[in-house]
Ligand binder design. Structure first.
Ligand code: PEP
Ligand code: MG
Length: 580
């Protein structure tokens, strides 16, 4: 068995198809000055063809996974339109007398190397985009055939060095059972697309492979825990065939429960909301039966542009989301940039520890002009629905008070201008820094609700960078310390009579459900893709039984013990459900 990183859940069983590398033969001879115009025209022609091809991919993809995932290709179109890219190509043709295809290849290599050298995951992803779109352009210049996947054979498990979004867009989930890439990360565009397509994906197995996987080899992969079995023995095949059968069954069942009320067999209601980062994502959330939006990550509104969005632009987006929700709650989180989320046009200082640095509420309180613009837009949107406001990365009472002071100023301004807003708009804070947990009782006196951000809370509690693959095994949401942190937070909220929800990834983790039921949290907010699965478990997990198992968890000394008990409990529920 080879241990990779699970990037898109699901089991696949089948034969391997190894994708050949995209390598080109380039012409060696130099060109003449008289040929410059012709070579430029060839590049332009290649760009035109590439663009219409990308538009076609976008259309096809929209039909399969919806419009949300196609924005990846907008980034490709933007690269083809970027004068810096074109200038580099023209420069190489003119200065070095090289043919169009050689110039394009060198320009790609130049930018990819430049971006790759930066110690920044986001820029590395951009390098992958340039390589992908550059290869498309090169393919047209060389008249090279597309590398196609077999469609006339049995469905297969695709093996590739790395997979670009372009290549993934061509994938028909009917033919591709699953994917394994030697390189790659769980946060890449390709991983996001694989999840949207529902194709199991495992990345990062290069260092673990003793010899290359061959086309035709028999494979089993499990995208939920990153396991790859090459030529598995019969007992392994039997276990995974059964697991796979159950997964398919479960998927089919899920569609039926979208309209059900989220309630346990013993009558405990638990609100299931969606995490979104754009208006477009709201469609998927609503079709998954989400009860409102528990986390609107507004920073994505600030990305993919070259200046800060104006009040009016933000207001339009927030208002559209609020109206579409027709009175269901919408929690808008103020700008949470810094750390791994950068804005091209907003230069953040070079920092040794960006995750502990100038970010989120710290930037908002420093740049009050930007903050007030966002607060005014959110306040104005509050007139059109049940809008709530949430501050990220809070670590002190002073921060909440300072933010609220600016909010009060924004309210006064709007009043003077005669613009309507909800004066009783609820204010909440993210609990995602250990300090906030320890002063949860004090914070609870300042706000109307808490939302626990487990992604950052795990990272800061365990001092484990959430982006660092080398220590990813230490990133343990079920660490006993976390259990205690969660209990402290929820108990403080309850004592002060304020609402408490969870909006980190752990909210969508089925194993954690007994914990939320026992702590009696008010809401779980998660990726839309997890909502139905969590609802299905909720419908068969009683609060009383959850309490019994969770009581024992506080005596456990390790994450493994905690997880083992939670998994055993899930199996117990499964057996009970299966036996009627
Ligand atoms: C979190 O930290 O858990 C969270 C929900 O916020 P983000 O993932 O955007 O940091
Ligand atoms: Mg966070």
């Amino acid at each position: 068995m080879i241990q990779g990183i699970g990037a898109s859940a699901g089991i696949a069983i089948g034969r391997a198809f190894v994708l050949p590398n995209w390598e080109w033969e380039l012409p060696e001879q130099k060109i003449d000055v008289a040929d410059f115009a012709r070579e430029f025209e060839r590049v332009y022609e290649g760009i035109r063809t590439s663009k219409s091809e990308i538009e076609q991919i976008k259309d096809e993809l929209r039909e399969v996974v919806g419009s949300e995932e196609t924005h990846i290709f907008d980034a490709h179109l933007a690269i083809l339109d970027d004068p810096v890219f074109m200038n580099e190509i023209q420069g190489i043709i003119q200065r070095q007398y090289k043919a169009a295809e050689v110039a394009v290849k060198e320009a790609i290599d130049h930018f990819v190397t430049m971006f790759d050298l930066l110690d920044d995951e986001y820029m590395k992803e951009r390098a992958l985009d340039i390589k992908d779109v550059g290869n498309r352009l090169l393919k047209h210049l060389l008249g090279a055939p597309e590398i196609t996947l077999p469609s006339d054979t049995q469905p297969f498990i695709l093996i590739a060095k790395e997979l670009s979004p372009s290549q993934l867009a061509h994938i028909n989930p009917q033919h591709v059972l699953g994917i394994v890439t030697l390189a790659g990360s769980t946060t890449s565009h390709s991983a996001i697309m694989a999840r949207a397509l529902g194709v199991p994906l495992i990345v990062g197995i290069e260092a673990k492979l003793e010899e290359p996987i061959q086309t035709g080899q028999s494979l089993i992969i499990d995208g939920s825990d990153g396991k790859v079995f090459i030529n598995p023995e019969q007992p392994v095949i039997d276990v995974y065939t059964e697991l796979h059968r159950r997964q398919v069954e479960a998927k089919n069942r899920l569609h039926d429960i979208a309209g059900y009320r989220p309630v346990t067999p013993d009558g405990k209601m638990l609100s299931l909301a969606a995490n979104i980062s754009s208006f477009k994502e709201l469609e998927i959330a609503l079709s998954s039966g989400a009860h409102g939006v528990g986390l609107f990550r507004t920073e994505f509104l600030y990305m993919d542009r070259n200046r800060f969005p104006k009040e009016e632009e933000q207001y339009e987006v927030y208002r559209s989301v609020a109206e579409k929700l027709e009175g269901e709650p919408l929690v808008i989180r103020t700008l949470d940039v810094g750390g791994d989320k950068q804005l091209d046009y907003f230069e953040l200082p070079e920092e040794d520890n960006p995750f502990l640095g100038y970010r989120a509420i710290r930037i908002s309180l420093d740049r009050q002009d930007l903050f007030k613009t966002q607060l005014r837009a959110i306040l104005r949107a509050s007139h059109h629905g049940q809008v709530k406001l949430m501050y990220p990365l809070i670590s002190s009472v002073e921060e909440v008070r300072a933010a609220n002071r600016i909010l009060e100023e924004a309210k006064r301004e709007l009043e003077l201008e005669g613009l309507p807003f909800d004066n009783g708009m609820k204010i909440g804070v993210m609990i995602e820094v250990p300090a906030a947990v320890m002063i949860a009782d004090l914070l609870a006196e300042e706000v109307d609700f808490f939302s626990i951000g487990t992604n950052d809370l795990v990272q800061f509690t365990l001092a484990v960078d959430r982006m660092n693959e080398q220590i990813s095994h230490l990133y343990e949401p079920y660490h006993p310390a976390l259990l205690r942190m969660l209990r402290l937070t929820v108990e403080a909220a309850k004592r002060h009579g304020i609402k408490v929800g969870v909006c980190g990834e752990l909210a969508g983790d089925l194993r954690a459900l007994p914990l939320w039921l026992t702590l009696d949290v008010d809401e779980l907010s998660m990726s839309s893709h997890s909502i139905l699965q969590v609802k299905e478990r909720l419908l068969c997990t009683s609060q009383a039984e959850s309490r019994e198992v969770v009581r024992q968890l506080y005596d456990c000394r390790t994450s493994t013990e905690i997880l083992d008990r939670l998994i055993a409990f899930m199996e117990h529920i499964d057996n009970k459900t299966a036996n009627g």
